[in-house]
Ligand binder design. Structure first.
Ligand SMILES: Cc1cc2nc3c(=O)[nH]c(=O)nc-3n(C[C@H](O)[C@H](O)[C@H](O)COP(=O)(O)OP(=O)(O)OC[C@H]3O[C@@H](n4cnc5c(N)ncnc54)[C@H](O)[C@@H]3O)c2cc1C
Ligand code: FES
Length: 256
């Protein structure tokens, strides 16, 4: 069930001048039922020119200590304002939003993350560990410095970088793991749209179902404002915030 709650910032961890992590604890309830692939919608602390909430993926949930981790790339006023949050500050958060990844029946998964899209793969990998489902993680970025969160995964991820500064040199689609897609029965992907489209095409050619997590611009996060719609093959326009953000790539018109 969706909730609106105040969270206390437990930790602010700066990674670089471009990104950081927030660890937060709900002031009242717990995080029970929050699934990998879901997101939260944060009310940014008072900032001129920022009125709408900002959607951020669930990066990790520590149920035992009741702590939610969010990984944020600073791209504009809202994310820069969130970077100013200090331990003890309160944040107004709507959660959990969206559908999350479909792990039922999966026997061998490939998790692909690029940029801020690496974040939701952390919690997904932990869920697969708990479910004893074998999986491989492949992360990609332009340079080693842009492939963050590597140490947050339970197993060492494979890496592709454009400049070869870490892992294999080249795009994620050129990585050796991608040449053997048929050995997986599900691909999960989150990252820049061109990356997700290229991955989805390869998965489809190999007849492997591929779930992509869209990061369309959002406002309400609740299916009310329609600013996040995406066209589908069979159901017309759907809201990414409520029908997604995770979709089977074959259902998306823009991925055909
Ligand atoms: C479901 C979902 C999950 C997300 N998860 C994460 C996450 O885990 N970590 C993270 O860092 N970001 C994530 N994003 C993107 C994040 O919401 C935006 O970067 C943020 O809202 C930008 O706010 P801003 O005020 O800083 O920038 P703005 O001033 O609003 O925009 C600055 C620049 O960022 C671009 N931008 C705005 N929104 C998006 C977007 N949704 N995707 C790509 N570019 C955008 C704008 O076009 C503009 O160029 C997610 C988005 C969605 C929809
Ligand atoms: S963000 Fe308002 S309908 Fe999706």
């Amino acid at each position: 069930m969706k909730k609106r709650e105040l969270f206390t910032v437990i930790e602010h961890i700066p990674f670089s001048d471009q990104d950081f992590m927030l660890r937060l604890r709900p002031q009242q309830g717990d995080l029970e039922g929050v699934r990998p692939g879901q997101f939260v919608n944060l009310l940014v602390p008072k900032t001129a020119g920022v009125f709408l909430r900002r959607p951020i993926s669930v990066c990790d949930v520590d149920m035992q200590h009741n702590v939610l981790s969010l990984y944020v790339k600073k791209v504009g006023k809202g994310t820069r304002a969130l970077d100013q949050c200090l331990p003890g500050d309160s944040l107004d958060i709507l959660f959990p939003l969206g559908n999350g990844f479909g792990t039922e029946g999966v026997r061998h998964a490939l998790l692909l993350g690029g940029g801020a899209g690496i974040a939701p793969m952390v919690y997904l990998s932990k869920q697969l560990e708990t479910m004893h489902i074998p999986y491989q993680v492949l992360l990609a970025g332009k340079t080693a410095a842009s492939v963050q969160l590597r140490e947050c995964f339970p197993q060492t991820p494979a890496i592709a970088t454009d400049d070869g500064s870490l892992g294999e040199k080249g795009l994620i689609t050129q990585h050796s793991l991608m040449q053997n897609l048929k050995s997986y029965d599900k691909v999960f992907c989150c990252g820049p749209t061109p990356m997700m489209k290229a991955v989805a095409r390869m998965a489809e050619a190999a007849s492997v179902p591929c779930e992509v997590s869209l990061e369309n611009t959002m406002a309400c996060g609740l299916g009310a404002c329609l600013c996040c719609v995406t066209p589908t093959v069979a159901q017309g326009n759907v809201c990414v915030c409520t029908d997604g953000p995770v979709f089977d790539s074959r259902t998306l018109k823009n991925f055909r």
